[in-house]
Ligand binder design. Structure first.
Ligand code: BG6
Length: 489
């Protein structure tokens, strides 16, 4: 029967991640992780690291600085928004907004400070148990990411991160621990944030530290990704065994891709870009095997993935229950040379002349969200969740404590309207999470001034400010949207 809008139990949500929000640097028994050790110097820290150290930030003398206990000024992820100490008040504010679903991640190095410890850190477990229980007290469900880019540093320096199969073993121990300890307060599990980030931003995604320049790069990336696929299947297996009935899903950063023209070559290019950037990851996680189209791709790049005995069975027997994706922009595919470029989430995109860009250069395309939802539903027929969507801009805090972010309301309204159309199209989409719905440290630029929040946090790029929270105009807009279940936009 034709739907007229959202089901009554649609999950209106908000998302953040531990490294961008928690702070609590080295408190409560936490160990260092790779996000803590990215530094701010006015440019994107990866680029600086790559230039200076041949993509290996842990190979130089600066390693010592990066791993030192001070320097919080230059390491914004060490402060976040101090959610570590504010979460009770913040969660009360989330309830006032009407939030039904809260997505955040667990910081692995708060549970296993070195990644390979024999015993978990009880204080870290208690922290998350309390945070998630607090959500439930306020009637908010918990959507928990197990790994959002922050791998314990020791696993990278000692074992090479996801290059090593040992990391699967340590991840499995971590998953068993959190599923046992937090299973009663988590409603949805997500083993990995943006699985395909491993391809497009290897430092974040798979935490790849390169030993050598050149030919081995693609090989190493895909070997790391294979280890992550195996780890993902183990996580799915563990959740299914220990918590039957609790859904566990897979997620990618979805790059909605259009052919630049109706030229057949452009159309073929769009199909292939979609396979290599998007479908590959969701195909493996839902269908439990590597798709045939990747053989040709691997052959072209000279990639030979080492697959151990038992891996294929594990992948095929442990597929995900739902799919989630982040959606920020769309881009176009073409075989033409010299096409204008613009920025995007994790990638530089070919510019679409029909779309406006945000002040950070990301192309805004609400219809692309509807396209994406229809494509994913057609292909998999699995429940879908939008794990991230939102607009990063500078906001102005007025003297009277107001923040007039009509541009953000406009962005969200246009996306939610297209989401509603997708529901009416018949897509089984069950939740929508506004990214950074409380301001957090932006992941790419490592700054506070790229704000996504509906709640303003009074901290600047250097961590100065009162830390006080303010309701932006968009807070009240989302409150009305949720209260009316998407009717009053
Ligand atoms: C996603 C990440 O890729 O994009 C988030 O999962 C990130 O962690 C978000 O914050 C927006 O990117 P940025 O660089 O604007 O913070």
């Amino acid at each position: 029967m034709l739907k007229s809008g959202f089901d009554e139990d649609f999950l209106w949500g908000g998302a953040i991640s531990a490294s961008q929000a928690d702070g609590g640097w080295m408190q409560g028994g936490k160990g260092k992780n790779t996000q803590d050790c990215r530094w701010l110097d006015g440019t994107w820290s990866h680029e600086r690291v790559e230039e200076k150290h041949q993509n290996n930030p842990f190979s130089s003398v600066e390693l010592e600085t990066a791993l030192s206990d001070d320097g919080t000024d230059f390491y914004p992820f060490r402060r976040g928004i101090d959610f570590y100490h504010h979460y009770k008040d913040d969660i009360a504010l989330f309830e006032e907004m009407g939030l039904r679903l809260f997505r955040t991640s667990i910081c692995w190095s708060r549970i296993f400070p070195n990644g390979d410890d024999a015993e978990p850190n009880a204080e870290g477990i208690a922290f998350y148990h309390d945070m998630f229980s607090e959500c439930h007290k306020h009637g908010i469900k918990v959507f928990c990411t197990m790994l959002h880019y922050d791998i314990p540093v020791n696993l990278v320096t000692k074992y090479g991160g996801w290059k090593s199969r040992r990391t699967i073993e340590f991840f499995t121990r971590y998953v068993e621990t959190i599923v046992d300890a937090l299973g009663d307060v988590v409603d949805f599990w997500l083993p990995f944030n943006e699985f395909n980030a491993g391809r497009f931003s290897p430092w974040d995604g798979v935490c790849l530290v390169r030993d050598a320049e050149g030919d081995s790069f693609d090989q190493e990336v895909f070997q790391c990704l294979h280890h992550e696929f195996v780890a993902n299947a183990r996580a799915v297996q563990i959740v299914h065994e220990k918590l039957p009935g609790t859904p566990v899903g897979g997620m990618i950063a979805r790059f909605c891709t259009y052919p630049a023209t109706c030229k057949p070559e452009d159309n073929l290019q769009a199909i292939q870009d979609d396979q290599y950037a998007n479908w590959f990851y969701t195909d493996v996680m839902t269908r439990g095997k590597y798709p045939a189209y990747m053989d040709r791709y691997f052959d072209r790049l000279g990639i030979k993935i080492e697959i151990e005995e038992g891996d294929e069975e594990l992948l095929s027997e442990n597929t995900v229950d739902f799919l989630a994706f982040s959606y920020y922009f769309s881009q176009i595919s073409t075989t033409s040379q010299g096409w204008e470029k613009t920025a995007g989430n994790l990638v530089m995109a070919n510019k679409n002349p029909y779309l406006e860009t945000s002040e950070w250069g990301w192309q805004m395309d609400p219809i692309g969200l509807r396209v994406t939802l229809n494509q994913m539903w057609d292909r998999y027929q699995l429940p879908l969740y939008i794990a991230e969507n939102g607009l990063g801009t500078a906001d102005l805090l007025n003297e009277d404590g107001t923040i007039h972010d009509g541009y953000r309301i406009d962005y969200l309204r246009r996306h939610v309207e297209c989401l509603k159309q997708a529901v009416i199209d018949g897509v089984d989409v069950r939740g929508y999470m506004v990214w950074g719905f409380i301001d957090v440290v932006a992941c790419g630029p490592l700054t506070m001034d790229k704000r996504y929040g509906l709640i303003y946090v009074d901290l600047d790029n250097c961590g100065k400010g009162s830390g006080k929270r303010y309701r932006k105009d968009s807070f009240y807009w989302y409150q009305r949207c949720i209260a009316s279940n998407g009717r009053d936009l």
